[in-house]
Write a protein that binds this ligand. Sequence first.
Ligand SMILES: N[C@@H](CCC(=O)N[C@@H](CS)C(=O)NCC(=O)O)C(=O)O
Length: 316
Amino acid sequence: MGRLVEGKWETGWGSPSKGGKFERATAPFRDQISSAKDSPHPPEGGRYHLYVSYACPWAHRTLLTRALRGLEDTISVTAVSPLMGEGGWEFSAEDPDPVFGAKYLREVYLNVSPEMTGRVTVPVLFDKKTRTIVNNESREVMRILDTEFEAFAKNPVSLAPTELRNRIDEVLTAIYEPINNGVYRAGFATKQEAYDKAVLELFHALDTWEGVLAKQRFLTGNSLTECDLALFTTLLRFDLVYYGHFKCNVRRIADYPNLYGFLRDIYQRPEVKSVCRLDQIKTHYYWSQDNVNPTRIVPKGPAVDLDSPHDRARFG
Ligand SMILES: N[C@@H](CCC(=O)N[C@@H](CS)C(=O)NCC(=O)O)C(=O)O
């Protein structure tokens, strides 16, 4: 683990902010892909590359969007190794970096921005033609993949249809702080008060959405959208990792009938399952985050059963 400071790699976890709170840095690359005239990044098949980790919930959102829209032939992907050590995200021999032949992901960032200061994160949406990073904020990358590659998408069903877009944006924002980032705020807290607050807000939000999902199949109604993917990637990691490693152990997702059904409903779709690597998720968190787990021992359990039948089809 480490970060870039004026183009140099510095190792270590950095110190949490005052009050032992975890604060997530803002992603620095925020361009768009667009077919507007003079756009530096027009949509084009084969031109863009996604750097991801199967372990990372943020990167996973973008992989899911690519898989569900059928953009595999349009946007290429490289997944880094789940073992993120002192050097940060590292490429593996099985899935090498096709653009720069880099050993570490930070080299990709440094090629684009040699003096960069900041974190080297996944996902990264990369433009192979201009050799620049278009965007490294997962919420925006999801939207770009869904809306700007319409002409290439094998599945015509949008995950952010115009008529639902405002509601999708509201829900994405509503679940971000207490749930998606909430598990990290709990797990990376270094003071009791910071942890207590994060866990309280997390379970309050889970209880609320459990109620919503008792009445409808997905978060905005009865069709699958981006915000369902955003909740899904956190729920998928919950009983497996966050419950133990991040001390989010008030309840399991398996204890919530509707959240658990929702999780299995999405997981059991073949496009989704094809980009879920539960082994990499567990190994990554327990091995890489040695600030939380200094021995790096990866636990044997728990057994999670995501293939069991669910009752979500009751909503049609
Ligand atoms: N805001 C970013 C956050 C991405 C992020 O934090 N990714 C983590 C992996 S789960 C990462 O790459 N961490 C490496 C680091 O912070 O050094 C997004 O949603 O795209």
